[in-house]
Design a protein around this ligand. Structure first.
Ligand code: GLU
Length: 399
């Protein structure tokens, strides 16, 4: 076949987090001794009330098409959640159930972007954001948030990045990969710029419940923000539902309508059963989530102390999510026992996977080659093993 495939699609990169997770799972299935802190996937089972809600849905024959935007009862429950947790007022027609938060990000960008539009993305960023922007014909504009500012951008930085072509900012709070959490005041300052500059805000809040210091605020709560914000959330992380693929967009009514149209043509709707499972999650109370929060806080502290010891330099404790973004650039230029030079985060992670059977994600995937990302949404034993392997790998490098 000589006819060209879609250049737009060929020009985007594959997801490295997904690739590493797939590779690690394949190696484990082949009987290889691999410890994976690659993907951010909670190790706990999906809570029983959620599984029961899904089984009931199947047994009650709720197995047919739903509306493209999702089941009304589920969207009402999402509105209640947004009011209760975030003080946000939404009507059910502003909620679109999606196949996971990633799909909700795609929907939001697809509703907003015209060719050549700029989307501001604070860096380090989640691997998927720039690729989706590019795929839809937009241009990602990165605003660098350095380790010295706790990986957070300032309102002044945002203001300086806005141009005539800026359509939106895409913010992830708490942040994957850095674990940074913006305070209420920091968000208020960003919101002021967003409103003044009259741009949209896509706020991915999928790690909302994993905030270890202070409280979570949605950027959509500030004056002038509800009419320009698309809030994204999902159940994969908060309710251990990665494989169920269920999340949502909450958007101003005209945007919600467009997203409903996109979904009606592209996927029709997320699985009926997963929607009922999400309803179970929304109705079951916060007990399970709180238990997970406590477990992740302990794991975070363990990882921070181990990483600080192994790297010989204090690593700051991330305030949220379940990732540790650790600086490893001081090992670049060193040689592996096999004699190859580690020249960046991709080499570094490749070396750890090949020699130690440890899967972590290179910072290069997130726009910061000086760091590597550990997911600590894994059992205590897995984390202990991972740290042993990490240390062994580091000790194996030489001048
Ligand atoms: N969001 C998770 C991660 O960053 C899962 C994989 C993905 O979708 O990127 O590891």
């Amino acid at each position: 076949m000589t006819r060209a495939l879609s250049t737009r699609t060929e020009n985007i990169a594959a997801s490295l987090t997904v690739a590493i997770d797939t590779l690690a799972k394949q190696m484990i299935a082949e009987g290889k001794d691999v410890v994976s802190l690659g993907a951010g996937e909670p190790d706990f089972p999906t809570p029983k009330p959620i599984r029961d809600a899904a089984c009931n849905a199947i047994n009650e024959g709720k197995t047919r098409y739903t509306a493209p935007v999702g089941i009304l009862e589920v969207r009402k429950a999402v509105c209640d959640k947004l009011k209760r947790d975030n003080g946000l007022d939404y009507a059910p027609e502003q909620i679109i159930m999606t196949s996971g938060a990633k799909h909700a990000v795609f929907n939001a960008l697809a509703a907003l972007i015209n060719p050549g539009d700029e989307v501001i993305i604070p860096a380090p960023y989640w691997v998927t954001y720039p690729e989706l922007v590019k795929w839809l014909g937009g241009r990602p504009v990165f605003v660098q948030a350095g380790i010295e500012n706790d990986f957070k951008i300032t309102a002044a930085q945002l203001e300086a990045a806005v141009t005539e072509r800026t359509k939106a900012i895409l913010i992830n709070n708490p942040c994957n990969p850095t674990g940074s959490v913006y305070t209420r005041d920091e968000l208020a300052a960003l919101a002021k710029v967003i409103v003044e500059k009259d741009i949209y805000c896509i706020s991915d809040e999928v790690y909302e419940y994993f905030v270890y210091n202070g409280a979570f605020t949605s950027i959509a709560c500030f004056e002038g923000m509800p009419e320009r914000s698309i809030v994204i959330n999902g159940f994969s992380k908060s309710h251990c539902m990665t494989g169920w693929r269920i999340g949502y967009d909450a958007a101003p009514a005209p945007i919600a309508k467009i997203i409903g149209k996109i979904q009606g043509q592209a996927t029709h709707h997320p699985s009926n059963i997963a929607q009922y499972a999400a309803l179970g999650a929304l109705q079951m109370g916060m007990g399970e989530v709180e238990k997970m929060q406590a477990a992740f806080r302990k794991r975070r502290d363990f990882m921070v102390s181990q990483a600080s010891r192994i790297l010989g330099t204090p690593v700051a404790a991330p305030a949220g999510a379940f990732y540790l973004f650790a600086p490893v650039a001081k090992y670049y230029g060193k040689k592996t026992p096999a004699g190859t030079t580690v020249s960046g985060s991709i080499d570094f992670c490749k070396y750890l996977l090949e020699t130690q059977g440890l899967a972590i994600v290179p910072g290069a995937a997130f726009g910061d080659d000086t760091c590597v990302r550990f997911s600590y949404a894994a059992s205590d034993e897995t984390l202990a093993k991972a740290c042993e392997r990490f240390e062994k790998g580091i000790l194996g490098l030489h001048e």
